[in-house]
Design a protein. Structure first.
Ligand code: GLN
Length: 303
């Protein structure tokens, strides 16, 4: 970077080339997201100001972010934020970076509220819905659901559970930023165990969970970016099923009859998760595919 006066377009082109040479997959996108972060504007605004000349201080800040990116740090950890379902979430290295695939899980919860007559019935009788999100991490799932179901805001309550205190601190900030404190409450602990202390048996309408589901032996071959994410949020045990095995039987105690459980899965776990659900008397099992046509979400009802 020898040049003195850089316009936005020039520096984006330079950085994109540089990232490409370093084998960064989304070179252009990453260059743009980081520059938007430095300039404190939306990515779209860069396009409206291509000929703007950057200040020396902006260039040096951008350079330091470029350096981090080529060291393998994901953009979300550099900019400390990530968009999910159109909302901006605070993200730090103690939480998993939200993936677009997880939007599918949220969409399916929203669909249940829109289409399921079971819920229509409760809506009429002004009942109260209780949802629980296990392995909540940054809180993207409960917060997005509460924002999208704003019409139910007086009769919906969502618990977000995580074992990591640091993750819950970030989730709490996200709850605050999204004004979701009325509807979302965080509990610390392992999977469903924190619910043992509140009398909530047979009362839950929907349980959601995007658990760690990567096989322990696959962790070492992950891309350098994924390796920066907390191992605790990725490691699904020897066969990737550790959390499904723990949660599915335990969930029966808390779900209402015909209440829903929705999991994100790794496509290769489909058969095994299906078996676990059937063994535990769940019914109406549905598998949803993601944008790449891979099995990604499983939905079932408690028997
Ligand atoms: N619920 C969070 C997410 O979907 C975190 C999941 C996890 O840590 N495995 O991004």
């Amino acid at each position: 970077m020898q040049k003195k006066d850089w316009t936005i377009l020039e520096i984006l082109n330079w950085t994109t080339d540089f990232f490409n040479k370093k084998n960064i997959k989304e070179a252009r996108l990453d260059a743009e997201v980081l520059l938007a972060d430095v300039l404190n504007v939306k990515r779209f605004d860069l396009y409206l100001n291509f000929n703007k000349i950057l200040k020396i201080s902006e260039i040096s800040k951008y350079k330091s972010l470029i350096k981090k990116r080529v060291e393998g740090i994901p953009v979300a950890y550099i900019s400390k934020k990530k968009e999910f379902f159109g909302y901006n979430f605070k993200i730090e290295k103690n939480v998993l970076i939200p993936r677009p695939e997880t939007e599918l899980l949220v969409e399916n919860v929203l669909d249940i509220f829109e289409k399921d007559t079971f819920f229509k019935f409760f809506e009429k009788s002004k009942n109260f819905f209780i949802l629980v999100d296990i392995c909540t991490g940054s809180g993207i799932i409960p917060i997005t659901i509460s924002k999208k179901l704003n019409e139910y805001k007086n009769n919906i309550f969502i618990y977000g559970i995580d074992i990591s205190q640091k993750a819950l601190e970030i989730a709490q900030q996200n709850i605050y930023n999204h004004h979701a404190a009325e509807n979302v409450r965080l509990l610390i602990g392992d999977t469903l165990y924190p619910l043992e202390t509140i009398s909530i048996q047979n009362k839950i309408d929907i349980i959601t969970c995007n658990p760690p589901y990567i096989k322990t032996s696959d962790l070492q071959s992950l891309e350098i970016e994924v390796k920066q994410e907390p191992k605790i949020a990725l490691d699904g045990g020897i066969d990737g099923l550790h959390f499904y095995r723990k949660i599915i039987p335990h969930s029966k105690k808390f779900l209402k009859k015909d209440g829903y459980i929705l999991f994100e899965i790794s496509p290769e776990l489909t058969e095994k998760v299906n078996e676990l659900l059937i063994e535990n008397n769940f019914h109406s099992i549905i598998i949803k595919k993601d944008y790449q046509n891979l099995n990604r979400v499983m939905i079932a009802k408690r028997g």
